[in-house]
Write a protein that binds this ligand. Structure first.
Ligand code: ADP
Ligand code: MG
Length: 680
């Protein structure tokens, strides 16, 4: 029903409401207050403190007085009292109020306390004689738009609830509401706007948040098609040779690595399909875990595949994996877009006939023509770079292969639960020993020359440096240098005589690899780049990361970039050049200077930018949440997740009558992203 049906909403108001994304009566009813002003607790006059917003029950104790200090200003004062003392109600330019109140009237007032010459004044108070509407209540404060005041919004909302509240559909099945003791929808909507008291408010909110998160979670589960049945998977045997392999490594595994590998080993030896996420900060050593798991798969007679988001990274994984396996008869191949057709054909053939044991590659590995002989383990690295569906496609390359997802972006737990709600999570929360702390500095462009001098000094000592600048779009009017421009200037002027390379996203994969290869083997001193180097790249001799316009990156992304250095034996540096004077960007730089804990940093990132901006979530197709807060609603989220699982276990397609409204909610929330996927 369109919004104009609501009393008090004409064409003009409707237009204003549209700006707030309110199109229908239902949109309006679900438009929740941004915050509340609690006028529900009455105090005594004697408790009034300067500057405080206060509610009082008082009696008019004297005649009004008016003064006119300037031509355009009248001040009206009316004396009041309660059992504890006296006060003055003070209004500016509202002398008509004097006619509304007489001595002896008992009224409720709410306003701000001003103490002047020992006199307690309540400034421009709202007041009421009879039933409480504005005082003695919790008042909603709405997000507003131009020319729409909070009072008008309250009036419109009151009308909407009165006339249309009864037509709200109860979308939660009764059995669920009863089981969890959740407020009915109509009562929840009333109390989210006009809470009777705090308790009612919390109950209302709990119900609405639960509904929202349940809908979200059901939708995500359905998209991933994971809960239809607990997938029967491969039961790998115990492989004792893995221990010998671990013994032969050039380093000792950290305790965290051991623990996480054990978790994986246990999963693999179960007959259910493994679905596990490994989270570990940059440099925590995730790759070796994948290498161990693939070793186990190989010894058990299965193929493995590992998908990385960029060609550079795939290449690097391939190099590293091959070198760890060189004593063994494991055939490892790299499949990327830039290979010759002949080589590709050869790889595809050998994969099909089972001659290849481990395949590493980019998206190329999920193309239709890629067929495995006996795929047992599918791994994706840096998963946040991939869409939800790609993971599913990869796993369909085999018959319920075990799935391992690795991510270096520590995701706040709430978000992880949503994004990877169907995965078990392992966390590598320990870095290998002996890593030197990276020194991080935030500076302004005014000392950029000094930075470059410092970099040159390090290069002369044999080190290498990354210089990263933000990607810019055509429309960008802000003054940020593109990697190409910066390259020309730095190569020809600042770093004249040094070897400088350029890497950016529009280069062909072959070109990128060529440049990256030259940097990796030390032929280049400085690599100027956009964020293509962000993920995974490992060049231990590089010890400086300079980031131009660091204010334009997300914190988690900066942390990733910083993780490119500090990988060797040398003291490493990360220099953030902040091109903004804003308080928030200085605050963000400070967070990075202060902390090297990826989890902490990403929590902050989420907090400062909101989940929509937090990179990855948009890609994951996470719809906007209206009421739930990913920071504070963890407990409700857990509950919603548990219930979503139970519901789908019982009624996979939500075809049962009792779930028909839920089903509609899911469609409403996800729109066309889900319709064709699940309901056809
Ligand atoms: P990430 O978790 O960022 O992917 P990598 O797996 O690339 O980290 O590991 C970073 C570096 O640390 C690699 O050179 C790897 O060989 C090394 N490494 C991994 N585990 C250990 C360990 N337990 N002790 C010492 N070095 C390790
Ligand atoms: Mg890695």
């Amino acid at each position: 029903m369109t919004i104009q049906y609501v009393k008090g909403v004409g064409p003009k108001r409707a237009k204003q409401l549209k700006r707030l994304n309110i199109h229908t009566v239902e949109d309006l009813l679900y438009f929740v207050p941004r915050e509340y002003e609690d006028r529900s607790k009455f105090k005594d006059i004697s408790q009034c403190a300067e500057g405080e917003q206060i509610s009082l029950n008082v009696e008019i104790s004297g005649y009004p007085s008016k003064i006119k200090p300037r031509r355009n200003l009248t001040i009206l004062k009316i004396p009041v009292r309660d059992h504890s003392g006296h006060a003055q109600l003070v209004w500016f330019n509202q002398d008509y109020i004097a006619n509304k109140l007489t001595i002896g009237d008992r009224i409720a007032v709410h306003g701000k306390v001003n103490i002047f010459n020992n006199e307690i004044q309540i400034m421009n108070p709202v007041f009421e004689k009879g039933d409480h509407e504005k005082v003695g209540k919790i008042i909603p404060i709405y997000p507003l738009t131009e020319k729409l005041t909070n009072n008008e919004m309250i009036r419109i909302m009151t009308n909407a609830i009165r006339d249309y509240g009864h037509s709200l559909k109860e979308r939660l099945p009764n059995y669920l509401r009863e089981e969890l003791d959740l407020m009915p929808i109509r009562e929840s909507i009333i109390n989210i706007h006009f809470p009777k008291d705090r308790k009612q408010y919390f109950e209302a909110r709990r119900r609405l948040v639960f509904e929202e998160l349940l809908t979200l979670q059901l939708g995500l589960f359905l998209i991933r098609n994971r809960t239809k049945e607990i997938n029967q998977g491969i039961q790998f045997p115990h492989i004792s040779e893995v221990d010998g392999f671990i013994e032969g490594l050039p380093f000792k595994l950290t305790n965290a690595q051991r623990r996480v590998y054990k978790e994986i080993e246990m999963d693999m030896e179960k007959d259910a399909q493994m679905n596990r996420l490994i989270q570990g900060d940059v440099g925590s050593g995730k790759t070796i875990i994948a290498i161990l798991a693939m070793f186990k798969a190989w010894k058990s007679g299965y193929q493995s595949v590992m998908m990385a988001p960029t060609e550079i990274l795939a290449q690097q994984h391939y190099d590293s994996i091959s070198s760890f396996y060189k004593e063994y008869d494991i055939r490892c191949e790299l499949l990327v877009g830039s290979l010759s057709n002949k080589k590709k054909e050869e790889i595809l053939d050998d994969l099909r006939t089972g001659k290849i044991n481990v395949l590493v590659g980019t998206h190329a590995v999920i193309q239709d023509k890629v067929e495995f002989n006996k795929l047992g383990l599918a791994i994706t690295d840096e998963q946040h770079r991939f869409g939800v569906k790609q993971r599913a496609v990869l796993s369909q390359k085999g018959e319920s292969p075990d799935i391992l997802v690795m991510t270096a972006t520590p995701i706040p737990r709430t978000l992880a639960l949503i994004l990877y709600g169907d995965l078990d999570i392992s966390i590598i929360d320990e870095l290998p020993p002996g890593r030197k702390e990276i020194e991080t500095y935030a500076v302004g462009f005014n000392i950029v020359d000094r930075i470059h001098n410092f970099v040159k000094k390090q290069i002369l000592e044999g080190r290498q440096a990354y210089i990263v600048c933000p990607l810019i779009e055509e429309s960008d009017t802000l003054k940020v240098k593109s990697a190409e421009e910066l390259y020309i200037i730095l190569k020809n002027e600042v770093y004249k005589g040094f070897n400088v390379g350029l890497l950016h996203g529009r280069m062909k994969p072959g070109e990128k690899d060529y440049v990256m290869g030259k940097f990796a083997n030390g032929e280049l001193d400085v690599l100027i780049s956009t964020t293509v180097i962000e993920v995974g790249v490992n060049v231990p001799n590089a010890n400086i990361m300079v980031i131009y316009n660091a204010e334009r990156f997300g914190l988690a992304q900066l942390h990733q970039l910083r993780g490119r250095v500090g990988r060797g034996e040398y003291q490493s540096y990360c220099i953030l050049i902040n091109g903004s004077n804003s308080k928030i960007s200085r605050e963000r730089m400070r967070i990075l200077q202060k902390s090297t804990d990826g989890f902490y940093i990403s929590e902050k990132d989420l907090e400062l930018r909101g989940p929509g901006e937090f990179f990855g979530t948009k890609q994951h197709g996470l719809p906007d949440l209206k009421i739930a807060n990913l920071f504070t609603d963890m407990e409700i989220l857990r509950l919603a997740q548990k219930k979503a699982k139970e519901i789908l276990e019982e009624d996979v397609y939500l075809v049962d009558e009792k779930h028909s409204f839920l089903r509609q909610s899911i469609i409403d929330l996800f729109k066309d992203r889900i319709k064709d996927l699940i309901f056809n």
